[in-house]
Write a protein that binds this ligand. Structure first.
Ligand code: NAP
Length: 528
C-alpha cells in the first residue's frame, strides 16, 4: 500500500454546503462507487462509513472514512477514471455532480483550496504508483515509444511504461509477443481499450481530455500556446467578453507548468508548483468560458483582412479576428551524438517526482547555469541523489539568482565551472558516464539538461517580423502601434516567444492580460 496521500476532513459547515449542492445517498458494503475506465463519477463526501480505493489490479491504495471525500484531479479535468472505489463499511454520502462541484469551487474559496490541493496531492501520489493509469508497452529503442512516454509525462498523466528491452520487466515481454508486426507502442487506456502508436491527441481524447475541434472554428481571439501568457490572455479575454479559444500543441502550462516550485510569483509566499498554478489557471479560464484545445499543433498562419486563419495539424483551421502568439520556447538540446538513445530513459528535460524517485542514491549530472538548472539540482539533491551541476561559464553568478546559489550549497550540490559534456557512455539508453571536453570522465546514471530555450516560431515562416534568433518582434521595432502587436495588425505576441521578453511567469501573465486590451481596441477600431 502506498503512503496515504492527503486525506483531510471536511468541516460540518462544508458538509452542509455540499449537501445543498448534491444529494444524499447510501451504499452497502461491497458496492462499487466507481471503477477504472468509467467516464465520470460524482464528487463524494462521506457522512459515515468507509470506502477503499483500489488500483486496476485490485490492490488497495488507501481508505477514506467519515468526513473524508473521494476524488482526484480527473474530477476537474474530466478525464477517464483511473481507480476503483469499493464500500468497505456501509456508507452514507453526499454525491455532487462534477459540473455542480465546479461551480461551487468558484464560489467557495476555502473549500476550493482544500479540494484542489488534495486532488493535486493525490494525482502526484498516483504518478508514483506502478499499475495506475495508462500502460505503454514498447521498447526504449523505439522513438515513437519514447515520444509517447514524454507526452504522458508532460501532461502529468499517471502511467506505467512496460519496456520490453528491460530484461527484468517480465510483464512487458508477454503483451508484446505477437504484436511485433504492429506499430509500437501499444497504449492501453484505463478500462482496457488499446491503441497502436497513437498520436498524443488520440490518447487525450481516448481519456476524455480536451475539446474536439470542428474542422473550422470561428472565434474572436485565438491564442496559440497554453503557457502563462496564453492562459493569462484566456482568462482576461473570456472574462471581458471575447469568444476565446486556446490551442496548445503539447501540454497546458508551458514551461512554467513543469516547474517544481515557482518561488517568486506574487501572492504565493511559500511558492507554488507549476502544475498547481496551471490547474488553477485552466479552471479559471474555463469558468469564464474560454475553451482550451490540446494537443493541436499550429502549422501555418495566414493573415487576412477581417480574419486571420491559423492552420492546425490534421486539417483543422481556426479563423479569428485577432491572434495571440504565445508559443513560448522549446528546451534546447545538446549537440551530442547518440543523445536521443538516452532521452526519456536516463536523460531528461524536466525533474518531477517520478524522476526524483528514480534518481535517489544515484550520481546525477545537471547541465546548465540558469535558474531552471539550479531548481532541478536542488530538488534532485533533496530527493537523495548525489548531484553535480555543470555549466560552461567561469562563475555561476553571471547566470543564476543568488538565492539559488546559496541553496545549491546548502543541499550539497557540487558545482563545476567551465564544464561541457562532449560524449555520453552507456548501454541501451542507460547512461553510465560522460566525458567532458577536457577529457575527464565522470560517472553519472542520469543527466538532466536545462539549457534554456529556442522560440517555437519556425511554423510562422516569413509571415511576420522575427529577430535573428527567431523571436517575434513587437511594438515600434515591428512598425506596429501597440506595444505587443507584431508587424501584422491584429496579430500579437506575448511571453517568452516575444523578442526582448523578460522571461518570467509573472510578466508573461501580465503581457497576456495586456494583449486583451489591445485586441478590444483593434476590434472596435477605437484606441483606449
Ligand atoms: P537560461 O537562463 O537561458 O539558462 C540556460 C543555460 O544553459 C545557460 O547557463 C547557458 O549557458 C546554458 N547552455 C545553453 N546551451 C548550452 C550548451 N550547448 N551547452 C552547455 N550549456 C548551455 O534558461 P533557464 O534556466 O531555463 O531559464 C529560462 C528563464 O526562466 C530565465 O530567464 C530564468 O531566469 C527564468 N527562470 C526563473 C526562475 C526563478 O526566478 N525562480 C526559475 C526558472 C527559470 P550560457 O549562459 O553560457 O549560454
Amino acid at each position: 500500500m502506498m503512503a496515504s496521500p492527503a486525506t483531510p476532513v471536511l468541516s460540518e459547515s462544508q458538509l452542509a454546503t455540499l449537501r445543498r449542492h448534491g444529494e444524499e445517498r447510501s451504499a452497502a458494503a461491497g458496492d462499487v462507487l466507481f471503477k477504472v475506465g468509467d467516464e465520470r463519477y460524482p464528487f463524494m463526501a462521506i457522512i459515515e462509513g468507509e470506502a477503499a480505493i483500489l488500483d486496476a489490479a485490485g490492490h488497495e491504495i488507501v481508505r477514506h472514512g467519515a468526513s473524508g471525500f473521494l476524488g482526484e484531479m480527473n474530477l476537474i479535468s474530466g478525464q477517464t477514471v483511473y481507480l476503483t472505489a469499493v464500500v468497505t463499511q456501509p456508507m452514507r454520502y453526499i454525491a455532487v455532480d462534477r459540473d455542480e462541484l465546479r461551480g461551487l469551487l468558484f464560489d467557495d474559496g476555502p473549500l476550493s483550496d482544500l479540494l484542489l490541493s488534495t486532488f493535486m496531492a493525490r494525482r502526484e501520489a498516483l504518478q508514483q504508483h506502478e499499475g495506475i493509469g495508462i500502460e505503454i508497452v514498447g521498447p526504449r529503442s523505439s522513438e515513437a515509444t519514447r515520444r509517447m512516454v514524454e507526452f504522458v509525462r508532460r501532461n502529468r498523466l499517471p502511467y506505467t511504461w512496460r519496456d520490453s528491452e528491460r530484461s527484468e520487466d517480465s510483464a512487458a515481454a508477454t503483451p508484446i509477443e505477437g504484436i511485433d508486426a504492429q506499430p509500437l507502442p501499444l497504449v492501453r487506456l484505463p478500462g482496457g481499450r488499446e491503441l497502436r502508436n497513437p498520436s498524443g491527441g488520440e490518447v487525450s481524447r481516448g481519456l476524455g481530455i480536451g475539446l474536439e475541434l470542428a474542422p473550422r472554428e470561428e472565434v474572436d481571439l485565438v491564442v496559440i500556446g497554453g503557457g502563462p501568457a496564453g492562459l493569462g490572455a484566456a482568462v482576461y479575454g473570456a472574462s471581458e467578453g471575447l469568444d476565446t479559444l486556446v490551442v496548445e500543441g503539447t501540454a497546458l502550462g508551458g514551461q512554467a507548468g513543469t516547474s517544481r516550485r515557482i518561488e517568486n510569483y506574487l501572492g504565493f509566499p511559500a511558492g507554488i508548483s507549476g502544475s498547481e498554478l496551471t490547474t488553477r489557471a485552466v479552471s479559471q479560464a474555463r469558468k469564464f468560458n474560454a475553451r482550451t484545445a490540446t494537443p493541436y499543433r499550429a502549422i501555418a498562419l495566414e493573415p487576412g483582412t477581417d480574419r486571420h486563419v491559423v492552420r492546425l495539424e490534421d486539417d483543422h483551421e481556426v479563423a479569428a479576428r485577432a491572434v495571440l502568439l504565445a508559443t513560448g520556447a522549446d528546451y534546447r538540446r545538446l549537440p551530442i551524438a547518440g543523445l536521443e538513445e538516452y532521452e526519456g530513459v536516463s536523460v531528461f528535460y524536466a525533474a518531477g517526482p517520478p524522476e526524483a524517485q528514480r534518481c535517489g542514491a544515484t550520481r546525477v549530472g545537471v547541465i546548465g547555469g540558469g535558474n531552471s538548472a539550479a531548481q532541478a539540482a536542488i530538488w534532485l539533491a533533496r530527493g537523495g541523489a548525489l548531484v553535480t551541476l555543470m555549466h560552461r561559464r567561469a562563475d555561476l553568478r553571471e547566470t543564476m539568482s543568488d538565492y539559488l546559489i546559496v541553496e545549491l550549497e546548502r543541499y550539497g550540490v557540487a558545482v563545476r565551472d567551465r564544464s561541457e559534456v562532449a560524449e555520453l557512455h552507456g548501454e541501451d539508453g542507460q547512461l553510465e558516464a560522460v566525458t567532458l571536453r577536457d577529457g575527464e570522465r565522470l560517472p553519472f546514471s542520469f543527466l538532466f539538461l536545462f539549457l534554456g530555450a529556442a522560440p517555437c516560431t519556425e511554423w510562422l515562416g516569413d509571415v511576420l517580423a522575427r529577430d535573428a534568433k527567431g523571436f517575434v518582434i513587437t511594438g515600434a521595432d515591428a512598425g506596429a502601434d501597440g506595444l505587443l502587436e507584431t508587424s501584422v495588425p491584429g496579430i500579437y505576441a506575448a511571453g517568452d516567444v516575444r523578442s526582448g521578453s523578460i522571461k518570467r511567469c509573472a510578466t508573461a501573465v501580465g503581457e497576456g492580460a495586456m494583449v486583451v486590451r489591445f485586441v478590444h481596441e483593434h476590434l472596435s477600431g477605437v484606441p483606449a
